[in-house]
Design a protein around this ligand. Structure first.
Ligand code: SAH
Length: 402
């Protein structure tokens, strides 16, 4: 275990002062201080913990300073009295987060989940995903890097002896973390076998996308399974075949998985083989748009559209909207009469109303009768801080298409 070199600076952090009239969102506990709202910057280093004050010198809370980002400070604690940010403070945050997850899952059925969800757990700049005995930590800002040793200690106390630090940036957030991905404590041989609703998957946290698996789709995969018996299923943007394995185990007659990444398809094939379902499955290393264009329009009973985030930032929303529109149009065009389309967006910058409008417009262009059977979102281990609507990044629709 790495040496713990975190030194609590006790009280007296440097102060950021907000412009008069710009404290509203902070008073309402939105955890981001935008650069335009700052009257006086603290003389602090990138990553330092700072105090946030109103123009009237009232303390609003504490956050991590990011002078080079548009989000100048990310608040992790709202309070009007000084508090001690010692080791116990950070470890308590982890324990609270773990307490919620312990109540959510039966470990005999599901042992991969998100343990810490940044702002959703009042801990901006960090994500921790659990794969059985392994905790994968993604540090997204310098501020968290400064206290990483305490986080590792806290995870160790929760029983994780295998901790992997993943530095590959998968969000549009933030500054680059300096060191490379590595095992922080003991290393665990790859791949790891995990369970999700009793369904087995192999996950490689060292080489996989994100932290290894798209655990945010857990409940949506279960929903697809409930409708898959005797159905032909097209799983586009399949990655390691999450939706495909669920559909096959639930009795789908045939599943096609499509992904443009050769590595993703290799993972998908391995998971299908592990489930012993090769005879009902075919994978395609292809662009999903091209695949859909070439597909017949009377073949698939179920189509899943789960693309990567098309909108990486606010500027790319218009282009992204066109991408979702084209994709959904193809989905509507190719699905059988009476079929089910499961369509998702994980772009933080496209909210659920806009997504619904895009899907509406694609349905109208395809001239299909479409009904919403369910509106879908991220699961409970990806909690949404009510003051931080940006945290509601995953949205989906289950559609009946006549
Ligand atoms: N549904 C998956 C997660 C999808 S992640 C799951 O449940 O695990 C998005 C995937 O889309 C990635 O694997 C990426 O390789 C793939 N991808 C991105 N652009 C693509 C394109 N144009 N055509 C096919 N696959 C694409």
């Amino acid at each position: 275990m790495q040496k713990i070199d975190y030194i609590c600076p006790r009280m007296g952090y440097k102060k950021l002062i907000l412009k008069s009239g710009r404290e509203r969102s902070l008073v309402n506990r939105h955890p981001w201080v935008f650069s335009g709202a700052v009257k006086v910057l603290p003389e602090a280093e990138n990553g330092e913990i700072i105090e946030i004050h109103t123009n009237h010198k009232e303390l609003l809370g504490y956050g991590f300073f990011s002078p080079n980002s548009q989000i100048t400070c990310r608040v992790f604690e709202f309070c009007d009295q000084e508090i001690e940010l010692n080791e116990a403070y950070w470890i308590a945050k982890l324990q609270n987060a773990f307490g919620l997850r312990k109540n959510l899952f039966n470990p005999n059925e599901t042992n991969c989940y998100r343990l810490l969800h940044a702002e959703g757990d009042f801990f901006p700049g960090i994500i921790v995903d659990v794969y059985n005995e392994v905790a994968v930590v993604q540090v997204l800002i310098r501020g968290v890097e400064q206290i990483a040793a305490v986080v590792y200690k806290g995870l160790n106390q929760l029983g994780f002896k295998y901790i992997y630090l993943k530095t590959k940036q998968t969000t549009q957030l933030l500054e680059q973390v300096e060191q490379g991905s590595r095992w922080v404590a003991e290393s665990c041989p790859m791949p790891i076998e995990v369970l999700e609703h009793g369904v087995k998957f192999h996950v490689n946290v060292e080489t996989g996308q994100k932290t290894g698996f798209f655990i945010d789709q857990r409940e949506n995969r279960k929903l697809v399974a409930e409708w898959s018996k005797d159905k032909t299923v097209l799983n586009t943007f399949s990655y390691s075949g999450g939706f495909s394995v669920y559909a096959l185990e639930a009795g789908a007659s045939l599943v096609h998985s499509v992904d443009s990444s050769r590595d993703a398809i290799a993972l998908c094939d391995a998971n299908i083989e592990k489930a012993g379902m090769q005879h009902k499955h075919q994978s395609f290393t292809e662009d999903c748009f091209d695949f859909l264009k070439a597909a017949g329009s009377d073949f698939y009973d179920i189509i899943i559209l789960d693309p990567p985030a098309f909108a990486k930032n606010a500027r790319s929303v218009a282009n992204a909207a066109r991408g979702y529109q084209n994709l959904n149009f193809l989905g509507f065009h190719k699905i059988k009469k009476g079929g089910l389309l499961f369509t998702y967006s994980c772009s933080q910058h496209i909210d659920k109303d806009l997504f619904r409008k895009i899907v509406f417009s694609a349905a109208a262009d395809a001239k299909r009768n479409v009904r919403i059977l369910k509106q879908l979102s991220q699961p409970e281990d990806h909690p949404i801080n009510i003051y931080h609507p940006e945290g509601e990044y995953l949205k989906g629709l289950m559609l009946l298409v006549d």
